[in-house]
Structure formats: C-alpha cells, structure tokens
Write a protein that binds this ligand. Structure first.
Ligand code: PMP
Length: 282
C-alpha cells in the first residue's frame, strides 16, 4: 500500500501532507472524524459512517466541507491511489484556520483531511482466546455521541489498558455502569442469557458496528435488552465482547483480571461475529 493523503483538495505523499498551525483542530480539537473500514476493496457501512459524520458536524455547527457525493469520490480516489484493499479510511473535518480565539470565527472554511492505512485486525490468538479489558473511570465530556477529535480521556484509558497488558479499557460512570470502551462499544450476555448493550444517548458513541450487530441479533431472535449494565454485572456475565469497525465483534474473556464465564470466547460472541462477517460479505 502507498501512503497518499488528501488535504483540502490535494492528494500527495503522507510524509509531506500538512495543515496550518492555526487550524482549530490543532489549537482546540474543534473538529470531528470518522473511520471507515475497507474490506476486500469494499467500504463497510459507508452510508452509516457518512450519516454519523454529517450528524457530528451538524451538532458542532461546522459545514460539510463538500457534498457527500464528492466526499465519497475522494474516499474512492484515495483508496485507489493507495492501492488499498483492506484498510481504514480516516476522515477529519475541523472548523478551519483562524486566529486563535475561542468563539467561532466568522469566515473560516472547514478543513478536510483523509488518510488511509492498513486495516489493523485482531490477531488469530485474540480471536481464539479472547482479550482482556480493564475498567477505568469515564472522565469524558457530556457529548460522547459526537465523534469529536478530542480524545484525551480515551487515549489515557487505552494507555492504562496497554500498561496493564489488556486490549481495551471499559469506561465506568460514577453510578457504576459501563458506558463503552475507549474505542469500542461494550456488550454482555447476562447470567440469564440476555444480550445487553447500553442504549443510544449522549453517554456513548453510537457505533455503526453496534447498530448493525443489534439488527443482526434481532433478526436472529436473540433475547436482547438495550439498557445500562454495571461493571459488577459484567463480571458475573456469561460472555462479554466489544464491537467496532476494525475489531468487528471481539470476545472479552477477562475483566480486571477476572475470567468472564468460562474464561474462553462464548458461543454468542462467535455467532455474532460470523453473522457480521456474512453480512459484510453479502
Ligand atoms: N465507541 C468509541 C468511543 C469509539 O471511538 C468507537 C470507534 N469509532 C466505537 C465506540 C465503535 O464505533 P464503530 O462501530 O462505528 O467503529
């Protein structure tokens, strides 16, 4: 794969791509992003990701930097120029370049950057054995439904997970409920055999994978509840797993060092992963 980036209308080598130091994304994290997986040359859930991109921009009152169709063209052109088949396409839009001042600038033009990198996949070992998560306090802001580029709490939580030898951090509210992972949505299969994930609200990012897994679970008539669950409930669950565009459905076999269920990937997580893979291939 080559490394070609797109910056405000121009394609060029990633190593030379740059934005202005007074871009509000750089100065204030005043922007949003999306990550779309490309699998076997196809963009997965493209419309869902673009709907969420438009929604994030609308919530922050940043204009779409180009029509959706044009953006879709840029995504394809970038994939082509990078000779990519299995990749993550990263899209970032910020409020643009302006003298550093907190209020919205009057005449800034939104900046748009796209990059493409090899698709990171969970290792065969992670899939076969499941992965570990640790819990961390959720110290993020109140609008986690917006896919903001301001990711400091997520980064700190992921780093804490890495330092603890875990794959992901599950973020926990002061009331003891799990919101989501630092870059994934969180799911459990309760002791009573009910699949549970937190409902959409301002507390979580509405994962595109989450939405699709919910649909697949409904179609498969799996007992399902969208409600908050506590860390304690998760530790007593039969199964736990995470979902995201790059990890798809990934079994969790340890929470804070304690085995989940039998300590091996459960049948439901495996089944949902298979259903998801079939959906992606269809
Ligand atoms: N939650 C957070 C905080 C995330 O960053 C992500 C990854 N974008 C997700 C959930 C999963 O979302 P998706 O399925 O759209 O990748």
């Amino acid at each position: 794969m080559s490394r070609i980036a797109y910056v405000n209308g121009h394609y060029g080598p990633l190593s030379e791509a740059s934005v202005h130091i007074e871009d509000r994304g750089y100065q204030f994290s005043d922007g949003i992003y999306e990550v779309v997986a490309l699998r076997n040359g196809r963009l997965s859930n493209e419309e869902g990701h673009l709907d969420r991109l438009e929604r994030s921009l609308k919530e922050l009152r940043i204009a779409m930097p180009m029509h959706r169709r044009a953006l879709q063209h840029v995504m394809r052109e970038l994939v082509r120029k990078n000779k990519a088949t299995n990749a993550l396409v990263y899209i970032q839009v910020t409020r643009g370049v302006a003298r550093r001042d907190h209020p919205f600038p009057k005449d800034a033009v939104p900046s748009i950057v796209l990059t493409c990198r090899t698709l990171p996949k969970p290792s065969p070992k992670a899939l076969a054995e499941g992965v570990a998560v640790i819990s961390q306090p959720d110290i993020r802001w109140g609008r986690r439904d917006i896919k903001s580029i301001s990711l400091l709490p997520n980064i700190l939580a992921k780093q804490a997970a890495r330092e603890a030898g875990a794959y992901e951090a599950w973020l926990v509210e002061t009331d003891g409920t799990v919101t989501e992972g630092s870059s994934t949505n969180a799911w459990i299969l309760t002791k009573d055999g009910v699949l549970v994930t937190r409902p959409r609200s301002t507390s979580i990012l509405p994962g595109i994978t989450r939405g699709q897994v919910l649909k697949l679970a409904q179609e498969a008539q799996i007992r399902l509840e969208e409600r908050p669950f506590t860390l304690e409930e998760a530790k007593e669950a039969k199964e736990a797993f995470m979902s995201s565009a790059s990890a798809l459905v990934l079994p969790i076999t340890k929470i804070d060092g304690q085995p989940v269920g039998e300590g091996i990937p459960g049948p439901l997580a495996k089944r949902l992963r298979e259903l998801y893979e079939t959906y992606l291939a269809s």
